[in-house]
Structure formats: C-alpha cells, structure tokens
Design a protein around this ligand. Structure first.
Ligand code: ADP
Ligand code: MG
Length: 322
C-alpha cells in the first residue's frame, strides 16, 4: 500500500515545484485571495504555503489526505466539467507519501486543527488556535524516496521552476495577491487588485508591461483576452508565453504557434513575444485529464481557437504599427 502510494505520488509530485503548484491550486480552489509561499533549499528542506481560504474542518482532515477520497469526479461526465483546479484528490495524499507534512487549518467559527503526516501516515492531530485558512508545511521532500532526488536538476534550476510556476499562476489570477519568498527573501509580491498589467509589471518589469498591447475577442465557443509585446520586444524563449485556460495554466504547442503566426515574419528566428493569453470556454470543450499534472489539455475545437488567436493578435499588431 505504501509502495503503491509512493509510485502514484511520483506521477503527481516530480519535483519541489509540483508541490508548490498543487498546494497553491488548492488554496485557489479554497477561495483564498491572499497566498504566501516560502521555501528553503530549492524546496527540498521546506515549502510553506499559507492561504486565507475556507480551511478544512477537523473531521475532514483524514479525507483530505486520502487518495481519491476527495475526488470531485462523481461521474464520467464530471471529467469534462471541472470548475476547480483540483479534481483528482491525489495531491495531498501524494505529498504526504513522500515528505513530512504539517497542516494547520481552521474553518470560520470553529476551533482550528494541527496535524502531522509522514510517509503517508498521520502521526498527530490536535486542536489548535488558527485563523480561518490553511497553512501547509512540507519538509524533507523525497526523504524516503532517495531515487527521486537523483532526477532533480541543480538547486538553481529547481528554484527557477518554483519561481516560474508561481509567476504563471499569478498571471492567471490578478485578483489574488501572491507573495513568494526564498530563504526569507521576497522574490515576488503581486497586488491582487485584478489589474493584469500591474501583475505583469511585478513579474517582468514595469517597462515591459507598459509597452504591451491589450487584446480581447470572442467567437461562439471561446473568449480570449490578454497582453502581448510589440514585435520588436522579444525574448529568446517560448517560456514567456503564458496560456491560461479557464484560469488554469496550460501548455499547448498549437496555441503557441497560433500566437507566433500572428507575428509571422516580423519575428526573427528564435525570438518569441511575451504574451499572456487568457482563454475562457465551456468546460465541456476541454479535457484536462490528459496528464496527471493537468498541464496538458485537449481541446475539442483547437483549430477554431487557433484561428481566433492568430486573427485577433494579428489585428492588434497591425493597429499598433499604424
Ligand atoms: P483535489 O484538489 O484534487 O480535491 P487534493 O489532494 O489536492 O485533491 O486536496 C484534497 C482536498 O483537501 C480538497 O478537495 C479540499 O477539500 C481540501 N483542501 C486541500 N487544500 C486545501 C486548502 N488550502 N484549503 C481548503 N481545503 C483544502
Ligand atoms: Mg488539489
């Protein structure tokens, strides 16, 4: 049971950044509008995520840490109709299987609770004073699965992955204030006032943000909006293109290409724009269940969406050049 837990955990929790992603998505699902992430030693020694969301009731702690028990999927149809970021009920169980986890949480009007897990087993649970919300501390990640550690890149690279994932989530949620701190040093602090440009300024710098072009359009299936740079302002990596589908950060090469197509020959080889593209659509058109980390999604009308993206950004760039 423990071994199968650890194997399943490996699918969801590949590296410290996976822990950060899952915990932050849970905080968002819990309705938090302030989320703070602290980490030390590239997330291997400790990751702490604090939120002011709904909290977990005392008698639901065990359920929250049991694989699939909390899965929001009741029927096959639900697979496609996912309104929350989490839905597999795997993250907390997976993290607790490969690390030491402490949770301090309280729901409104109730006594809080503190509980410890390690190696997938609950070691302690007690009432505790806590304000509404949740604080999860993950220590000694992969302490019991040393083979995992060998697959990790350098501390610098793992740190960059944590920063990258928080940047992208923050770009998708300008209405949430995020703080990210490494060894106590604040790397990112977004205002959470709903203004995308200000969030972009915090992440990529004010100068870049101010020069970005705004776009928005819709067809019967999709509404798209966002910010993109002029053709002369580029980066040498596709990493500066952020796709957010119904608030979820996704990867999709066809949509990346649709953005690039709008620039056409205006982009030099190996140059990429900085683009934040938000896509809203009926969850029925999305299959988020392609990969356990849920970053790869399949869309029923990808061609139509690509066309909408290319034409909207194309018109936006044309207007800016006139
Ligand atoms: P999933 O998000 O797929 O449901 P998780 O393992 O990530 O599965 O979380 C299990 C459950 O624990 C969630 O469904 C939620 O009810 C609860 N939970 C986890 N994190 C939080 C949080 N930060 N605030 C409130 N509830 C939480
Ligand atoms: Mg989750």
């Amino acid at each position: 049971e423990n071994l199968s837990n650890q194997i399943a955990a490996g699918e969801v929790i590949e590296r410290p950044a996976s822990v950060v992603k899952e915990l932050v998505e849970n905080a968002i699902d819990a309705g938090a509008d302030r989320i703070r992430v602290d980490f030390t030693d590239a997330g291997l020694r400790q990751i702490v995520v604090q939120d002011n969301g709904s909290g977990i009731a005392r008698d639901e702690i065990d359920l929250a840490f049991t694989r699939h028990a909390t899965s929001k999927i009741q029927t096959e149809r639900d697979l496609f109709n996912v309104g929350t970021l989490g839905f597999r009920g795997e993250a907390l169980a997976s993290i607790a299987a490969v690390a030491r986890v402490e949770i301090l949480t309280a729901v409104k009007g109730q006594v809080g609770v503190v509980a410890d897990f390690s190696g997938g087993v609950k070691k302690r649970q007690e009432d505790a004073a806590a304000k509404e919300g949740t604080q999860i501390t993950v220590s000694d990640l992969f302490y019991n699965t040393p083979a995992r550690l060998k697959y990790l890149k350098s501390p610098r690279t793992e740190t960059m992955r944590i920063v990258d994932i928080i940047n992208r989530i923050a770009l998708g949620h300008a209405e949430i204030s995020f703080i990210l701190a490494n060894n106590g040093k604040v790397l990112l602090h977004t205002p959470g006032n709903g203004k995308l440009k200000q969030t972009v300024a915090n992440i990529y710098g004010r100068k870049l943000a101010e020069g970005m072009l705004e776009f928005a359009a819709s067809d019967p299936d999709f509404a798209i909006s966002g910010l993109t740079t002029k053709p002369e302002v580029t980066r040498s990596s596709r990493n500066f293109i952020s796709l957010l589908l119904n608030g979820r950060y996704i990867r999709n090469n066809q949509l990346n290409n649709a953005i690039m197509d709008a620039y056409g020959a205006k982009l030099a080889a190996k140059h990429y724009p900085v683009t934040i593209l938000k896509i809203e659509t009926d969850p029925l058109l999305v299959d988020v269940n392609v990969h356990p980390t849920k970053q790869e999604v399949r869309l029923s009308k990808e061609k139509e969406l690509s066309r909408l993206i290319t034409s909207t950004l194309g018109a936006c760039l044309l207007k800016a050049s006139q």
